[in-house]
Design a binder for this molecule. Structure first.
Ligand code: 5GP
Length: 145
């Protein structure tokens, strides 16, 4: 799949569209999903321009999973959900709506309930408060919890 440099995550990476940032390093960016499926829903993206996993370099894939692991730890420490789903969709047939590779980190509270995908905008103030709590719980590189 060819990469569209005007997709919304590319614009976020270029700073043309704002996001509620949680973490950034050389290869990845983490921010709050604007239409969360659960409180604390994060997106982990590579800075590398890749629409799907098939075009993603091994280095960027590894960097995304390293960051996703930290994101999951931070969300667990901050929000204490009993479970956590990491998800990643490739192609519209799989439910992908933004053509820049991303990993969803979604806290789960049991009962199978999740808000509909990419459907309802979260309250900006609430998202900022959640981001602050997750940032405060962000682990060091080697740390496990
Ligand atoms: P996908 O459907 O591709 O697996 O996931 C795309 C995700 O991006 C959805 O969960 C959707 O809520 C989120 N999203 C779409 N547009 C924006 C945006 O402008 N900002 C942020 N932070 N998230 C977005």
């Amino acid at each position: 799949m060819s990469y569209d440099p005007n997709n919304i995550f590319a614009k976020i990476l270029r700073g043309e569209v704002p996001c509620i940032k949680v973490f950034e390093d050389q290869m990845t960016l983490v921010f709050m999903d604007i239409m969360p499926q659960a409180e604390g829903h994060l997106l982990v993206i590579p800075k590398e321009p890749a629409a799907q996993i098939f075009e993603l370099s091994e280095d960027a894939a590894a960097a995304c999973m390293r960051t996703a692991r930290k994101a999951a730890i931070a969300v667990r420490t901050a929000l204490k959900p009993p479970g956590m789903t990491l998800a990643q969709a490739n192609g519209s047939a799989a439910g992908q709506t933004v053509p820049h590779f991303h990993i969803h980190v979604i806290p789960r509270h049991g009962g199978g309930f999740l808000a509909p995908h990419a459907a309802q905008r979260g309250d900006a103030e609430k998202l900022k408060q959640l981001a602050e709590r997750i940032i405060a719980a962000w682990p060091e590189s080697e740390e496990t919890r």
